[in-house]
Design a protein around this ligand. Sequence first.
Ligand SMILES: [Zn+2]
Length: 496
Amino acid sequence: MHSSGSPQPPIRQMSGPLDSARIQRPFLWAPALVLRGGRVIDPTQGMDAPADLVIRDGKVVAVGPCLPLPDDARVVEVQGLVVAPAFVDVHVHLRDPGFPEKETLQSGAAAAAAGGFATICCMPNTQPPLDTPERVRDIVERARGLPVRVFPIGAISRGRRGEELADLVGMAEAGAVGFSDDGDSTRSARVLRAALETSRLLGRPIMVHCEEWTLAAGGVVHEGPVARRLGLPGVPAAAEEIVLLRDLELARVTGGWLHVLHLTTARGLAFVRRAKRDGVRVTVEVTPHHLLLTDEWVAGVRRFAGEEEVQPPGPCPDPNAKVNPPLRPEEDVLALRAGLRDGTIDLIATDHAPHHEQDKPSDLRRAAFGMVGLELALPLLLRLVHAGSLTLRELIEFLSCQPARVLGLPGGTLRPGSPADVVVFDPAVPWQITRETLRSRSANTPLLGLTLHGRVLLTIVEGKVVYGDTHFTDRCTGLGGRPDLSGYPIRGAPQR
Ligand SMILES: [Zn+2]
């Protein structure tokens, strides 16, 4: 597992006979795992075709149609299923240390594996916050042995108070892959400027949550007709856009690398588009929920943006639809989709934000912000594919290839020689979202009770099966002993 904190590009396959002998000898007896006949989608190789994928020693060794099988191959038949580079999430809250009732490194990693992710980056708004090299190193060390890779993100400011720059250099050396005061904006523009200057030296992004704290104070949902109807205090879109403009300007004057977390408004998108055109070094993410859900969901009206069909209603108001930044009106949601297509938005990240039921009382003023996302990203985004506004290949691009490429993390490709980080999913199978079907320790999502389509069946990290859907793996082992997965630790049905 890569954990040095200086992400390397995936290792290419060695070609010389001396090299291959030297590399393969210690692993001579490791069996090959073959995923046979799936629809392999790998944008990094321009590939979308039926093919076999051969994995050995934790790496992809071959991908192509009708490959000869190694003698020792364990074969899994995946006809009709999608095989792709496993997903990479640069924005996850694991609540560890500090809030084990919400999530831990272990439960969050299990949720990630079940969602098809091989690599996740965890945000520093823990208790205590990840604002020192020691605390960053603690995550790196405790992440060893988890089913997925976990890379910590360090705080920008000490105690996340926005007043003093934290030790970014020390945290980078300890393994931080980026820096963020996520959950809040960095209050001091002077501190953010210093962070952006440091980012030039470190080559790591300054990941900003844009929210003007005096405008947002007390607000619980998007300021607009829905908030007025429910009599709830609103957060205006301007609260996000004002700080976004500030941060884009600071990126311009410093030449530092700004990464905008969870962009939500059409105007903000226009600001980013202009900044990119002007050569500002800025990357942008959007969440699946801001691409699919509108502020009507807070009122229990469960209609996905751009769709006619209305789903069975949820509670009104729905505390699980309270998220920061808030769900926005449909015109913003549709603008974000256009931003994905025209390349203004670089990648999709879940902002997985687990909360215990007690933190989500029906009084929205008292409910915590956030929703779980790791296990719902795929079925949510597949709605865009089924509606024709995103291709399956683009979905893989934004959820796997781009996050790995932008942050310089392992994975995001099935090129021979790369780590065998693979997701196998059925894009059409329906499943109901319930507390029992989620592996996260928390189930705070406004999708509870709904049936979505598309489910992860296998997640493989560095050649090891770290998640297997029980129905699928039962079917595998029931097929006349064809696929023998006994050397791989397949996990059972979701348990709580
Ligand atoms: Zn967040």
